[in-house]
Design a protein around this ligand. Structure first.
Ligand code: ZN
Length: 150
């Protein structure tokens, strides 16, 4: 189900999300988030962008250029950020029409809970590393505009 997108400066986008119980409600929300992300032509979406203060984000790094690879990250944690940082010019579905350049690590190690309830950990690089940092920022109430001002 496609949900309405929350747009900056909606105050929900400045709040810190709480850990989520991995249950049917969380999985239903994640499915709605993927529907909403695809409908908005995005490659990543975090729960506050649909008004839910839960630590969930979804990503599909490849659907725009080939085969869809939907991914659901529940309670994601950053275990390591590469010291190598590069400027990243990013759009955001909650800040339509405005691209902002922010510093991002080129690689990140994430740990999260899968929809099946397993603990996963992976080193992300390339677009997935950048997107994961953008979406985890949303879970901490940070958007590109606020990070650019720091
Ligand atoms: Zn965003």
């Amino acid at each position: 189900m496609i949900r309405p997108l929350r747009l900056w400066p909606d105050p929900v986008l400045a709040q810190v999300c709480a850990p989520v119980a991995v249950d049917a409600g969380a999985l239903s929300l994640a499915a709605d988030m993927l529907d909403t992300m695809y409908a908005a032509k995005g490659r990543g979406l975090a729960a506050p962008q649909v008004g839910e203060l839960h630590r969930i984000f979804v990503m599909d790094a490849t659907w725009k250029t080939g085969t869809p690879t939907p991914e659901i990250f529940l309670n994601p944690e950053v275990l390591w950020l590469s010291p190598e940082v590069q400027p990243s010019t990013e759009g955001c579905l909650s800040i339509p029409g405005q691209e902002v350049t922010v510093p991002r690590s080129t690689a990140v190690i994430l740990r999260w809970t899968t929809p099946e309830g397993a603990i996963a950990a992976q080193r992300l690089t390339g677009f997935r590393a950048i997107c994961a940092q953008h979406e985890i920022d949303h879970l901490d109430g940070i958007v590109t505009l606020t990070r650019a001002l720091k």
